[in-house]
Design a binder for this molecule. Structure first.
Ligand code: HEC
Length: 153
């Protein structure tokens, strides 16, 4: 090997190490700080957060409680669907995050009774963003796009 070939070989090894380093950091556990349906890790974490904390009321398939538009006798509404048939996608990310963290009692006027609990004490902010990422991943592309345009306003 002459000097030129030697340098090329060294350069290739260095480049390989850089590429490997970059892919390792891409697989690293970056914090989840937004509701992003294209973030596979967030969607995966969110799926189990949803099953454990939300499915009992909002339905295993995000279908909501039946008759969700009609108030119950105690004055609360049944849990609405989180799929396209509900209105979750009519709200921007900030509201969805606040509603999950603070619950209905923390977000609605005092005279409105809410059946939506606050998850601020049980879920971390990351878990809340993850569950919202999962919910979003279940929306149609149209619903995702319309909701995204609300976020950018
Ligand atoms: C005990 C039942 C219950 C559980 C558990 C529950 N919810 Fe709800 N949720 C409700 C009800 C009822 C509403 C309807 C609004 C209200 O009454 O405040 C609601 C409303 C919401 C809304 C507002 C939707 C809209 O279209 O306005 C969001 C967002 C939401 N829930 C997210 C979640 C998430 C995420 C979880 C799990 C981490 C969860 N909820 C768990 C009962 C529940």
């Amino acid at each position: 090997m002459n000097w030129g070939q030697y340098m090329i070989a060294r350069f290739n090894i260095a480049a390989l190490i850089i590429v490997m380093g970059a892919s390792v950091s891409a697989c690293g556990d970056d914090a989840i700080t937004s509701a992003d349906a294209s973030n596979e890790r967030a969607v995966e974490i969110g799926e189990s957060v949803y099953a454990e904390n939300c499915a009992a009321c909002h339905g295993a398939n995000l279908e909501g409680e039946s008759g969700w538009q009609v108030k119950k006798s105690d004055g609360t509404l049944p849990a609405p669907p989180h799929n396209d048939s509900g209105h979750t996608w009519h709200h921007d990310d900030k509201l969805l995050f606040g509603y999950t963290k603070l619950g209905g009692a923390g977000m609605l006027p005092k005279n409105i009774k809410s059946g939506m609990p606050a998850f601020g004490d049980t879920l971390s902010d990351e878990e809340i963003w993850a569950v919202l990422s999962f919910i979003k991943s279940k929306w149609s592309i149209e619903a995702q796009q319309r909701q995204a345009s609300m976020n950018s306003q």
